[in-house]
Design a binder for this molecule. Structure first.
Ligand code: TYM
Length: 376
């Protein structure tokens, strides 16, 4: 295998590999870039732009303009996002959830949140259903710790709530051919039958609001771009079923500490989990891939490269809100004034401060988690 093959980009809902080229994804997935004009329109409603939009961490969309048109004429929307609970939550998962929380706050909307224990059971031979279900309840604590409120946040646990989802899943599944599903998801002869049906289940929360309230409004889905294939098939059939096409706002993928692909639970040494100890966080960050030079002397002389550095990305996505400080950090790196060890130490401190607080809120969430379970 050559370096080029190893670095080849793969982005599917189940696998992300190589260096992710977001412009190429916009072209290949057929999504729209988030333009300055659209950002200005959002800012009008959100009292200035959120950091994740200003920094283009969220960079692409489908039909966000239509959702805003409707909103401005008085039709509300609901938010929908989710989690495939195959293990503990990592910092990458928090990126779209923090963003969703801010959108919910500004637009005062309902959020439907799907825990897909069924998906995670079906897509991996090793995964046991009871474990996935258990992780679903555990991962809900992370969501709640981010400040969501039970009045307007409805968590759907797929296997528990399947009676609520099944009729809509059938309507969806009936209208998607195997050939479309195979072309969209890359199914093979060896793919199990459950997995082939499963995308119909992820479509359901786009439409569930009407069943629960009688109100037909569009869903807006904030998620990383790896989930987009699901929405392509869902959008194709939405209007046939009498619903709005679900709209999306797509985020970039926080890379793993190893440098490429995305932070992924299957690579625990390059992922920071919300349940990690301070020592584990320090160790993982200490071993991270950076834009540094092989020796300190070389780095002092010719500087590092923040553009390829994972540590820099973590500040950019989550841990440095001040743009001026970001620019200064990049300058100091390029000029050889700060060494990788300095940035790693800073980042480990920030992450550990964040996690200490998050872990407390996560424990408190045990008292309220039941209140978030979707009401019928
Ligand atoms: P899952 O569990 O793979 O991921 C949960 C959410 O986190 C996003 N994500 C990331 N974002 C930034 N950086 C990363 N490294 C990173 N890794 C994952 C994902 O895009 C997702 O938004 N099938 C879904 C569960 C699901 C869902 C949904 C997700 C059901 N309905 C609606 C989004 C929207 C899954 O397995 O997500």
């Amino acid at each position: 295998m050559t370096d080029e093959d190893r670095n080849e980009m793969v982005v599917t809902p189940w696998e992300v590999k190589g260096k992710v080229d977001y412009d190429r994804l916009i072209r290949e997935f057929g999504t729209q870039p988030l333009t300055e004009e659209l950002l200005k329109r959002i800012a009008k409603h959100t009292d200035g732009l959120q950091l994740q939009l200003a920094r283009q961490v969220f960079f692409s969309h489908r039909d966000l303009d239509t959702v805003l048109d409707l909103y401005e004429k008085g039709t509300r929307f609901v938010l929908y996002t989710g989690r495939g609970p195959s293990g503990p939550v990592h910092l990458g998962h928090l990126v779209p959830w923090i963003f969703t929380r801010q959108l919910q706050d500004k637009f005062k909307t309902r959020l439907y949140f799907q825990m897909t224990d069924d998906e995670k059971f079906l897509v991996d031979d090793e995964n046991q259903l009871a474990d996935m279900t258990r992780f679903g309840y555990d991962n809900a604590l992370d969501l709640i710790a981010l400040g969501f409120k039970p009045e307007d946040t409805f968590i759907i646990y797929d296997t528990k709530d399947i009676d609520l989802l099944y009729d809509i899943a059938l309507e969806v599944a009936k209208r998607i051919t195997y050939s479309t599903a195979r072309a969209t998801f890359g199914f093979q002869d060896s793919t199990n039958l459950g997995w082939i049906f499963w995308p119909a289940v992820q479509a359901v929360p786009c439409f569930i609001h009407k069943k629960l309230t009688g109100e037909n409004v569009p869903a807006l889905i904030p998620a990383a771009i790896d989930q987009d294939p699901y929405w392509r098939v869902t959008r194709d059939i939405a209007q046939k079923l009498g619903y709005y096409k679900p709209a999306q706002i797509h985020g970039r993928l926080l890379p793993g500490l190893g440098g490429s692909g995305k932070m992924s639970a299957s690579e625990p040494e390059t992922s920071i989990f919300t349940t990690d100890t301070p020592e584990a966080v320090k160790r993982k960050i200490w071993n991270a891939f950076t834009g540094g030079k092989p020796t300190l002397a070389e780095q002092k002389k010719s500087g590092g490269d923040p553009d390829v550095c994972t540590i820099f990305q973590y500040f950019f996505y989550l841990f440095e809100e001040d743009d001026k400080k970001m620019t200064e950090r990049a300058r100091q790196c390029k000029s050889g004034e700060v060494m990788c060890g300095d940035c790693k130490k800073d980042l480990a401190e920030r992450v550990n401060r964040f996690l200490a607080d998050h872990q407390k809120k996560r424990e408190k969430a045990r008292d309220t988690v039941e209140k978030f379970h979707i009401k019928r």
